[in-house]
Every structure is written in structure tokens, then in C-alpha cells.
Design a protein around this ligand. Structure first.
Ligand SMILES: Cc1cc2nc3c(=O)[nH]c(=O)nc-3n(C[C@H](O)[C@H](O)[C@H](O)COP(=O)(O)OP(=O)(O)OC[C@H]3O[C@@H](n4cnc5c(N)ncnc54)[C@H](O)[C@@H]3O)c2cc1C
Ligand code: FES
Length: 344
């Protein structure tokens, strides 16, 4: 433990104490303050903020794509990488006051593998049972960091489940990925894993009069499935559409469960689409990039809240499209599944 300093966040007027050895974002999460973030690795810029007062701030390794040198000189910083060595005041640039204050403190947990299912050629359905503590509290749509045993490597995975005793994940396996190789090569039923969380702001905002647009690609299905399941459990009957993009039919999963959710969610439509249907594949659904499919269906989304999740290019393509269809930027919520391996 190092010396502690006060960090004040504006314009929300919240103050926390931050240990020099911890990043500001991590310390805020430990105190239940849910600040906007994505990768937590200095890669995505989601946590970018402005230093209003204080100079003695040092950053752990980060990508200059997320924080170019000229921005750093102007006073911008990345909260996921920032250690403070004096009292500072930070202006949050991207925040949702309701979410900040509704945060749950993160916990370190141990869980046991219940099952690892192969739901497509490169997607796995991992189910874990919590051992210590036996239950955690999270909001559907949030994610956990899972540690690769015997290393200091952690990877973030969004929860598709809605209760805090058994956690479900949908995980894409990358060739030579650190977690991927461990998941496919070593992990078996009964093994124990260390997890930390919950993290994330991909959670359903309370706005009963707003329609919902979900856009997910690949494993980005996971937190959206979590949100839909939770809506079904809670009887939330907001009008909702899930645009689910995959490359070929063999890349789709959980389709029958999602179709069946229509029975419990009267205002729900499901639009799966394939960007490159394989030759000879029987498919009578939509074809095209999921953003192009959405554009064909929607003309005015000014009254909607949108939730985007999946690979960064999909999220980045969907954001301007939704904005052009009228969705206010502050009502576009997203999780980019940035990968850390092999990047600067
Ligand atoms: C908020 C959040 C939520 C997420 N939720 C999910 C989820 O629900 N499901 C999911 O599947 N993923 C999710 N991710 C992504 C996940 O955390 C991992 O990044 C991803 O699974 C890859 O991890 P890995 O260790 O298998 O691969 P990594 O080792 O990180 O490698 C990733 C890719 O980089 C390549 N690579 C590795 N090293 C090099 C190198 N030296 N040079 C070039 N290329 C290299 C690998 O081959 C692979 O293609 C989420 C990410 C974030 C930020
Ligand atoms: S750069 Fe800080 S969360 Fe991604």
C-alpha cells in the first residue's frame, strides 16, 4: 500500500481516496463507483478524462492511439492507467450520473467450472459456480475479469446469466490467444478459477417509454442475452429488437432460446443476419453486415436506447449509423470487445 490522495470528479462532485499503487479507475471500482471504461488496458480511450487540477499523475503503459501525446500535453488522461501522487481534480468527459452512483463494489471470487460447451466452431459456453463467496451481486450485462491460472494475465468476459451464483459466459476462441488456448487446451470441469468484478456500464437503463435496439456480433451476444433474459424474468415489456450478426449460419448460437424469449417479451423482435452465408447453407433470413440490415429496417430511432456489443469495428460502424437515425449519443451504450494480445 502506498500513500493515499484525494481525487475529485467533476461535474458530479464525487470524491474518493486513491492509493498511489492503484489506478484511479480500479480504486473507484473498489469503492462502487462505476466510471465509464472499456478495456482497462489503455487501449480503447473509453475512460479518457481531463485533469482540471494537479500535475503529479503517472500512467502505466498505454496505447498512443487511445491517448496521443498532444492530448496528454493538453491535460487528458486515461483513468485506467493513471496513478496519482497528489490531490487532483478530474473532469469526467463521458459519464452517466445514474450509473456512477449505482455501482457495486468489485469483489475477488473463486469459482468452479460446471461445464464448457462448444456452441459453435469458435464459441464456447462456459458455466461457473461461485465457491467463495457463494454469490455476487451484479447488474445483467456486466462483465468479470477471469485470471489465467499460474499467470498474472486476466481477460474480461461478459455475463450472459442473470443470477450471482452461477455465471455463464460466451467466449470466442482465438488462435494462439492466451485465454483461448487455456480454455480450449487445459480447462476442465471441476477446475477452479479466480475472478474479479463486476465491472461495466452495459446495463439496462430504467426508461420504460423508450424502445430498445440491441446490436450484437459474435460473442457480443453474451451481455445482450443477459439483458434479454433479465427483461423476461422481470416482465419488462418494452418494444425491443435484437439485430444479431454472424458470418455464416454455423457462427450463430442460442438462436432457439432467443426466439423463445418472444413468448415472454411481447414487444420483442429478433433479426439474425449473416454477412457471408456459406455456399449450400440453407438460410432464409437477412443477409448483409448487421449495420446494413439495421438500416433497412429502421428509419427513425430518435426515441430509442441502443445497446451495442461485439468486436470494435462492428461497434464503431453502428455508432454513427444510430446517430444518423436519430439516437442521441448519450443513449447509445456499448461494450467493445477489445483484445489485448499483440497490441501496442
Ligand atoms: C469489456 C470487455 C468484455 C469482453 N467480453 C467478452 C466476451 O463476453 N466474450 C469474448 O469472447 N470476449 C470478450 N472480450 C474480449 C476478451 O477479454 C479477450 O480479449 C479475448 O477473448 C482474447 O483473449 P485471449 O487471451 O484468448 O487472446 P489474446 O492473447 O489477448 O490474443 C487476442 C488476439 O491477438 C492475437 N495475438 C496475440 N498475441 C499476438 C502478437 N504478439 N502479435 C499479433 N497478434 C497477437 C491472437 O492470436 C488473438 O487473435 C471482452 C473484452 C472487453 C474489453
Ligand atoms: S483506455 Fe481506459 S478503459 Fe480502455
Amino acid at each position: 500500500m502506498g500513500d493515499k490522495h484525494r481525487v475529485r470528479f467533476e461535474p458530479v462532485g464525487i470524491e474518493i481516496e486513491v492509493d498511489e499503487e492503484q489506478t484511479v479507475l480500479r480504486q473507484a471500482s473498489e469503492q462502487g463507483l462505476m466510471l465509464m471504461h472499456g478495456c482497462k488496458e489503455g487501449q480503447c480511450a473509453a475512460c479518457k478524462s481531463f485533469v482540471l487540477d494537479g500535475d503529479d499523475i503517472e500512467l502505466d503503459r498505454y496505447s498512443t492511439f487511445a491517448l496521443p501525446d498532444y492530448e496528454k500535453e493538453e491535460g487528458f488522461t486515461l483513468l485506467c492507467r493513471a496513478h496519482v501522487y497528489e490531490d487532483v481534480t478530474i473532469e469526467l468527459l463521458n459519464f452517466d450520473e445514474e450509473m456512477i452512483r449505482s455501482g457495486l463494489p468489485i469483489v475477488n471470487a473463486v469459482a468452479e467450472v460446471v461445464s464448457i460447451g462448444k456452441v459453435t466452431h469458435d464459441l464456447r459456453h462456459l458455466v461457473l459456480k461461485l465457491i467463495e463467496p457463494s454469490e455476487i451481486t451484479f447488474f445483467p450485462g456486466q462483465y468479470m475479469d477471469i485470471k489465467v491460472p499460474g499467470t498474472e494475465v486476466t481477460r474480461s468476459f461478459s455475463m450472459a446469466s442473470t443470477n450471482g451464483r452461477e455465471l455463464e459466459f460466451v467466449i470466442k476462441v482465438y488462435p494462439d490467444g492466451v485465454f483461448s488456448s487455456f480454455l480450449d487446451g487445459q480447462l476442465t470441469t471441476g477446475d477452479r478459477l479466480e475472478l474479479t468484478g463486476p465491472f461495466g456500464v452495459f446495463t439496462l437503463r430504467d426508461a420504460p417509454d423508450r424502445d430498445l435496439i440491441f446490436v450484437g456480433g459474435g460473442a457480443g451476444l453474451a451481455p445482450i442475452l443477459g439483458l434479454l433474459r433479465s427483461m423476461a424474468e422481470r416482465g419488462i415489456d418494452r418494444k425491443a429488437v435484437f439485430y444479431y450478426g454472424a458470418r455464416t449460419a454455423k457462427d450463430l448460437c442460442f438462436v432457439s432460446e432467443i426466439e423463445a424469449l418472444k413468448e415472454k417479451l411481447p414487444g420483442f423482435r429478433f433479426v439474425p443476419a449473416l454477412s457471408e452465408p456459406a455456399e449450400g447453407e440453407s438460410w432464409d433470413g437477412e443477409v448483409g453486415f448487421i449495420t446494413d440490415v439495421l438500416k433497412r429496417y429502421e428509419a427513425d430511432l430518435s426515441g430509442a436506447h441502443a445497446y451495442l456489443c461485439g468486436p470494435p469495428p462492428m461497434v464503431e460502424a453502428a455508432m454513427p449509423l444510430l446517430a444518423s437515425l436519430g439516437t442521441p449519443e448519450k443513449h447509445i451504450y456499448y461494450d467493445k470487445f477489445t483484445t489485448t494480445g499483440g497490441e501496442d
